[in-house]
Design a protein around this ligand. Structure first.
Ligand code: GLA
Length: 375
């Protein structure tokens, strides 16, 4: 069907009317989003709840493309960084909104030993392995199925990573399910099984900006973490769990992200800002609150809950103004932050960190909830 300009305008008016607090229909919509270089078609799925919160996710990389949540006056705004077009996601970009696998974050020298066998992974971040390698889960076309049930509006994404892909052992079957419910929660459930002993650590790499524009330095962050894992110059953890108390890493009380980011601190220098794993109080295993972020101008609040033992707090230090995203916005340094729920970086080489080993017959399960409100 071809929409005329007037019918498009009318549609836009109806849609903007809906965003003014009127009740929305709970639904999942599917539309074409282009194709990859080899001609594989890619779709964009939009999940909407009755409050008007809506999230658009593509089955290319499982990327969260847009996420509209209300501010304290009920105005919807897009709170994630990203692009309008698939073409831009096909170019190099810093993992905007992606599903990351098989191993989120870094593995030192791209090497690990499991059951006495040494495995070599792609070294795609200096001498280290980062975010699953050269072609990680962020660049795969996932099999998608959308549905609505009691849990909310849902998108189930499936991908089978073949044995040896990017150097990892075992065929890994992965299912990632996004659900948007009536409590304004976007929930991500990860499930993986393998046919050989392997390692796995999945996450989502959304960059948030709760004001929708500008830098994120004025956002107030609270992290339920008394320890963080300090790193070396290559951002590989040293193995130490260091108390946050008395350091710029203490976010146990709500603190502006920018309050101490420029302090003369070796860890901040290594990360060019925050790019560190925090050890969550909950310890992982059951769902617990990891973080809350509050943006004073709009009143938007993001709460993060997870079953993971850690979260990577990253302040967009490598954004450099070279990318132009949605609404023509240029992504300068620190215009977005990530809270990547995870097992700790380099766990396969750190016997004192919680294990990331998955064996045949076991199931890797992980859940993270991003909850949106305003005050
Ligand atoms: C992760 C890493 C950062 C950076 C970004 C992508 O969050 O920890 O160092 O590589 O991904 O730019």
């Amino acid at each position: 069907m071809k929409l005329t300009v007037t019918s498009t305008l009318a549609l836009l008016l109806i849609l903007s009317g809906c965003s003014q607090g009127r009740k929305e229909e709970r639904k999942v919509e599917r539309q074409a989003f282009g194709q990859t270089a080899d001609g594989t078609p890619v779709e964009l799925y939009t999940l909407t709840n009755s409050k008007g919160v809506r999230v658009a996710i593509t089955n290319y990389g499982g990327i969260v493309v847009s996420l509209f949540t209300p501010d304290r006056n009920g105005n919807l705004g897009d709170i994630v960084l990203g692009f309008d077009r698939l073409e831009d996601y096909l170019q190099r970009h810093p993992y905007f909104g992606c599903i990351i696998g098989r191993y989120g974050n870094r593995i030192g020298k791209g090497r690990f030993t499991l059951d006495g066998v040494e495995y070599k992974l792609a070294q795609n971040n200096g001498e280290n392995h980062l975010h699953g390698g050269l072609v990680g889960f962020d660049k795969k076309v996932w099999k998608a199925r959308e549905f609505v049930d009691a849990e909310g509006q849902r998108l189930e994404l499936r991908y089978t990573s073949p044995d040896s892909e990017e150097g990892y052992p075992g065929n890994l079957d992965v299912t990632v399910t996004y659900s948007l419910n009536e409590q304004n929660q976007l929930r991500i459930d990860y499930l993986a099984t393998t046919d050989k002993p392997t390692i796995v650590n999945l996450t989502n790499h959304s960059y948030f900006n709760l004001a929708g524009e500008g830098d994120i330095l004025g956002h107030l962050l609270r992290l339920n973490a008394d320890y963080f894992t300090p790193v070396d110059a290559g951002l590989i953890p040293t193995g130490e769990l260091r108390p946050v108390k008395g350091t710029p890493f203490d976010f146990t009380e709500p603190t502006p992200i920018g309050a101490r980011i420029e302090q003369d601190d070796e860890q901040l220098r290594f990360g060019r800002g925050y790019d560190h794993n925090f050890v969550l109080r909950g310890g992982g295993g059951s769902l617990a609150e990891a973080a809350e972020v509050y943006e004073p101008k709009t009143g938007r609040v993001l709460r993060v809950l997870t079953t993971e033992p850690g979260v990577q707090f990253y302040t967009g230090n490598f954004l450099d103004g070279s990318l132009r995203g949605k609404y023509g916005r240029v992504y300068y340094r620190r215009t977005g932050f990530c809270l990547e729920t995870q097992h700790f970086p380099d766990s396969p080489n750190k016997p004192n960190f919680p294990s990331t080993v998955l064996r045949p017959g076991q199931a890797y399960r992980s859940t993270t909830i991003y909850e949106f409100s305003a005050r």
